[in-house]
Write a protein that binds this ligand. Structure first.
Ligand SMILES: [Zn+2]
Ligand SMILES: [Zn+2]
Length: 791
C-alpha cells in the first residue's frame, strides 16, 4: 500500500535538504508543508469516501413489549426474521462485557478500530505459515463483518479495516460494544446476548451467572458447532477451558471459578413470550420504529383479568356468546395497566385474533352518564329534577325502555340509574345534540368526532361506533373529576396537560347516582350478595343485543368490559347487566384485596338545598313535600316550582273560570297539578287517574286569539329516533277550536289524509327533515318541521 510518506515529492525535498545547509530551514518548512498537505489530502480522501460510502449501522430488531416492571411480555421476530432483541449496555451484566473484551480484543478501549500490532503479527504468521490464519480482528472489525458479511479475501480484510476506522470515527466505544452484543451469533436465527439469554436460559441478561456469561462469550466463535441445547456437553468443556484461562488473567476470583466450573449447563430452546398479543400488535402499529416498548401493564392484574375473561366466556359460549374484552386504566397515571382483546388469541373458531378492545361497536346506553353530567353543567338538571318517561307518539315498535314500560314522572337520578331512553333523548334534545357530540369527540371518541356534523340524537341510544379503550378512557375522566387526560399506552407517552370535560361538581353527582344499588343493571346473582365492590358503574346493551358493556370506576382504577360476538351476531339473553357486569365485579373484588377502601371527596362548590319533590325545583308557595338535593349555585335551575296552579272554580269544582268570566255570585281558588300536554295524553292513554282541571265555563265568551289547529302529537323542531326495520310510524293528532270538524294533513307539502276530530292517523317517515302541515276546514293552517333518524 502506498503510504503518504512514500510520495516522491517528499524524497526530493529530503535531497534538497541534505545538499544545501544554508537553506535547510526553508527545506524543512517545505517538507513539513508537503507532509501536512499529504496528511490533509489523506484526511479529505478518507472523509470523502466516508461521505460516499457511509457506515450502515442500522439493525432491524425484534419488537419487545415490556411490562411496567420491565419484564418481557411479548417478543416478535425482526423484519428480517431474526430473534435479535435490543439490549442496552447497562442491561448487560458488566462481567459479560469484561469477559468478551478480555477474550476477543484486550486493547478494544484504546485502538482506533484496527490493532496495528495484532495486524502485523497476523500478517507475519500468514506469510511464515503459508496458510491463511484468521485473527487480529478487533471487536470493531467483527462488528463490521456482522453488519455486512463479506467473503474472506485480503482485499475485503483491508476494506473491513477501513470500515472499522470509519465506525470508530462515528461511534463511541460503548456504542460499538452495544452493536457487538446485539449482533453476536448464537445459532439459527438467534442473535445478540439478550435473545440468547431469553431463548436459551429464559433469563434477563442482567441475571446471568458467571458460567452462563462465559458460555455466551464462547458460542459466537463457532455457533453451529456449539449449539445450545444440542451440544451442551461440548460447550461445557470449552466453557471450563475458558473459565480457567480467564481466571488466570484475574477477571474473577478462585471461589467464583469453582462455583462456575461446578454449574451444570441446563440450556434449552425456550419459546419467546407471547403475552398481551393484541396490545403487542396495536403498539407495533402505533410505534413501528421502537424496538423496545415499555408499557404500564401490571403482570399480576393482567393475568387475573385474562383468566377471568376466559373462564366467564367458557360459560357464555353455551348461550351463543363467544367473546369478551377488558381494558383497565390506572386513574393516577392515566395508563393502561391491563388489556385483553379476546378470550383466547389462538382460538380461530371464535376469531380470537380480533382485538375486541379496539374494535368499533355500538355503546348502547353506556354514553348516558356523560349526557347527564353535561346537562348538570348546563344548568338543566340536578339529581332530583323531575323528568318525564312517557311514550312519544309512535305506532308499532316504540323506543321502549329495557323493561318495555313507561314510568311517567321520575327524578333524573332514577332516570339515569334505570337507564331510561325517553328522558335521555329529551335531555339530549335540550342540551343540544351538537354540544353533546362535541364533548364526546373531545373526550376521545374518534368515530363520533369524524361525523359529529351529521350525527343526530341517536348517539345517546348507541347509534354510533366506539371502542372499548376509548370509552373506558372516557369513564376514567369521570374518576378524574371531569379532567380529560389522554390515555397512556407506553411509558414514552408523557402525562399531558389536560383540559376539563365536566365540572368536579357534576362528576361527583354522577358518582353518587352510579353507585346506587337500586337499579336494573345489577346482575341477577348479585342481587343479594354482600360482595358488591364499592364502585360507580354503568352498563350498556346495544340495539339487537349484539354488545354487552359494563364500565366501573373507583378513585384508583377504571375498568371497561365488552361481551359479544366478533361477527356481530345478537343473542336474545345478552345484556350488560348479566354478561359484562359479573366480569367487572370480579375484577374489582380482586383489586379490593390489595387496596384500602377510599372514595371521592365531595368537591367544594357543590351545595345542598331543599327542593319540591314534585319538580326538583326550589319550592313555590304551594309546595309542601320537600326533599334535600345537591346543586351547583349559580348553575343549577333556580326558578320556583309551579307544580300546582291556582284555578278559579265554582262551589262543586265542576266548572272553571277565567278572569273574564268570573261569576258575581262567587267562586273559589283551587290548586291543580300543572301537567304537560304530553303527560296528560299519557295518563289518558294508560287510564292513570289524575286531578283534572274542570271544564271551562260554557257561558264564557273568551276570545281565542290563535285558533289555527295545534299539532299535538309531534313537537316542532324536535328529533325523533326510530329503530331501523321496526316498521315504526309517527302519529298525527291535532286539537282545534270547536267550529272545526275536519282537518287535512300534508307531509312535505304533499296531501296525506283527512281526519275528523279524535281520529288517530299514522305515517311511515323517512330519515331527514320532514315538514308536517295541518289545515282545518276553515282554511287555517299550522306547519311544523321535525327531524327523523334511524338507529
Ligand atoms: Zn312544587
Ligand atoms: Zn272564561
Amino acid at each position: 500500500m502506498m503510504l503518504p510518506f512514500d510520495m516522491p515529492g517528499i524524497k526530493k525535498s529530503f535531497l534538497r535538504f541534505s545538499k544545501g545547509t544554508y537553506n535547510w530551514i526553508s527545506g524543512l518548512l517545505r517538507l513539513l508543508k508537503r507532509a501536512a498537505l499529504a496528511f490533509l489530502t489523506f484526511i479529505i480522501l478518507f472523509l470523502l469516501i466516508d461521505l460516499i460510502f457511509p457506515v450502515h449501522n442500522d439493525i432491524r430488531y425484534s419488537k419487545l413489549i415490556l411490562s411496567t416492571d420491565n419484564k418481557l411480555l411479548n417478543a416478535a421476530l425482526s423484519s428480517d426474521q431474526q430473534w435479535r432483541m435490543k439490549a442496552e449496555i447497562k442491561e448487560v451484566n458488566p462481567l459479560l462485557l469484561k469477559t468478551l473484551i478480555n477474550k476477543e480484543d484486550r486493547w478494544f478501549r484504546f485502538h482506533p478500530g484496527v490493532n496495528p500490532i495484532a495486524l502485523t503479527r497476523a500478517l507475519w504468521q500468514n506469510i511464515s505459515s503459508g496458510k491463511r490464519v484468521s485473527g487480529a480482528s478487533t471487536i470493531t472489525m467483527q462488528v463490521v463483518r456482522m453488519l455486512k458479511p463479506r467473503k474472506r479475501t485480503v482485499a475485503n480484510k483491508f476494506l473491513e479495516c477501513f470500515k472499522a476506522i470509519q465506525l470508530e470515527m462515528h461511534l463511541s466505544k460503548n456504542e460499538i460494544l452495544g452493536l457487538y452484543i446485539n449482533l453476536l451469533p448464537y445459532g439459527g436465527n438467534i442473535q445478540g446476548v439478550k435473545a440468547a439469554s431469553f431463548l436459551y436460559f429464559a433469563q434477563q441478561p442482567q441475571a446471568l451467572s458467571l458460567a452462563q456469561i462465559v458460555t455466551l462469550a464462547i458460542i459466537p466463535n463457532d455457533p453451529n458447532h456449539f449449539r445450545l441445547g444440542i451440544h451442551n456437553q461440548r460447550i461445557v468443556k470449552e466453557r471450563n477451558f475458558w473459565l480457567n484461562k480467564l481466571s488466570k488473567r484475574g477477571i474473577f476470583d478462585k471461589q467464583a471459578l469453582d462455583d462456575a466450573l461446578a454449574e451444570p449447563l441446563n440450556a434449552k430452546r425456550y419459546d419467546a413470550p407471547k403475552q398481551v398479543p393484541h396490545l403487542a400488535r396495536l403498539l407495533t402499529r402505533m410505534y413501528p420504529d421502537n424496538p423496545v416498548i415499555n408499557t404500564f401493564i401490571n403482570p399480576g392484574i393482567q393475568d387475573f383479568v385474562e383468566n377471568t375473561v376466559s373462564n366467564e366466556v367458557i360459560m357464555y359460549r353455551g348461550m351463543g356468546v363467544g367473546n369478551a374484552a377488558v381494558v383497565m386504566i390506572d386513574n393516577h397515571t392515566h395508563a393502561i395497566i391491563a388489556y385483553v382483546g379476546s378470550a383466547g388469541f389462538m382460538e380461530s373458531q371464535f376469531q380470537g385474533q380480533v382485538d375486541g378492545a379496539s374494535s368499533l361497536r355500538s355503546p348502547g346506553s353506556a354514553l348516558k352518564p356523560f349526557l347527564y353530567a353535561l346537562a348538570m353543567d348546563r344548568g338543566l338538571i340536578t339529581p332530583k329534577t323531575i323528568l318525564q318517561d312517557i311514550p312519544q307518539n309512535f305506532n308499532g315498535y316504540r323506543p321502549l325502555n329495557y323493561d318495555e314500560t313507561f314510568r311517567g314522572r321520575l327524578t333524573a337520578s332514577q332516570a339515569l340509574a334505570l337507564s331510561l331512553n325517553i328522558p335521555a333523548v329529551d335531555l339530549a334534545n335540550r342540551v343540544g345534540v351538537d354540544l353533546f357530540n362535541e364533548k364526546l369527540s373531545h373526550g376521545g371518541l374518534k368515530w363520533i368526532g369524524e361525523r359529529k356534523k351529521t350525527l343526530g340524537l341517536s348517539v345517546i341510544l348507541g347509534g354510533c361506533g366506539v371502542t372499548l379503550t376509548e370509552l373506558t378512557r372516557l369513564y376514567s375522566c369521570l374518576a378524574a373529576g371531569g379532567i380529560n387526560y389522554p390515555v397512556r399506552f407506553t411509558q414514552a407517552d408523557a402525562m399531558q396537560v389536560a383540559d376539563t370535560l365536566f365540572s368536579p361538581q357534576a362528576t361527583w353527582m354522577i358518582h353518587e347516582i352510579l353507585t346506587g344499588l337500586k337499579r336494573p343493571d345489577l346482575p341477577n346473582n348479585f342481587e343479594n350478595s354482600v360482595n358488591l365492590p364499592h364502585i360507580a358503574w354503568k352498563t350498556g346493551t346495544s340495539y339487537g343485543r349484539r354488545d354487552a358493556w359494563s364500565f366501573g370506576y373507583n378513585p384508583e382504577y377504571t375498568v371497561g368490559v365488552w361481551v359479544g360476538n366478533f361477527d356481530g351476531t345478537g343473542v336474545p339473553e345478552l345484556s350488560g347487566a348479566d354478561f359484562a357486569t359479573p366480569v367487572l365485579f370480579k375484577i374489582f373484588n380482586y383489586l379490593a384485596f390489595n387496596q384500602k377502601p377510599s372514595w371521592f371527596n365531595r368537591p367544594t362548590g357543590l351545595d345542598f338545598r331543599l327542593v319540591c319533590s314534585e319538580s326538583g325545583l326550589p319550592p313555590g308557595e304551594s309546595c309542601t313535600n320537600l326533599v334535600m338535593d345537591d346543586y351547583i349555585p349559580a348553575v343549577s335551575p333556580n326558578r320556583k316550582c309551579d307544580h300546582q296552579v291556582p284555578v278559579f272554580v265554582n262551589e262543586n269544582a265542576d266548572i272553571s273560570y277565567c278572569r273574564s268570566c268570573l261569576p258575581q255570585a262567587g267562586y273559589r281558588t283551587e290548586l291543580y297539578p300543572n301537567l304537560s300536554p304530553g303527560l296528560i295524553a299519557f295518563y289518558e292513554e294508560e287510564q292513570i287517574p289524575y286531578r283534572k282541571i274542570p271544564p271551562h265555563n260554557p257561558l264564557c265568551n273568551r276570545v281565542y286569539h290563535n285558533d289555527s289547529p295545534v299539532i299535538a302529537s309531534l313537537t316542532d323542531g324536535k328529533e325523533y329516533i326510530l329503530y331501523a326495520n321496526a316498521k315504526q310510524q309517527l302519529q298525527l293528532a291535532f286539537t282545534a277550536t270547536s267550529d272545526v270538524t275536519e282537518v287535512y294533513w300534508y307531509i312535505n307539502d304533499k296531501f296525506f289524509k283527512e281526519a275528523t276530530r279524535g281520529q288517530k292517523l299514522f305515517f311511515t317517515p323517512t330519515a331527514g327533515m320532514i315538514k308536517i302541515s295541518c289545515s282545518d276546514d276553515k282554511g287555517r293552517n299550522t306547519d311544523i318541521v321535525v327531524k327523523v333518524s334511524f338507529l
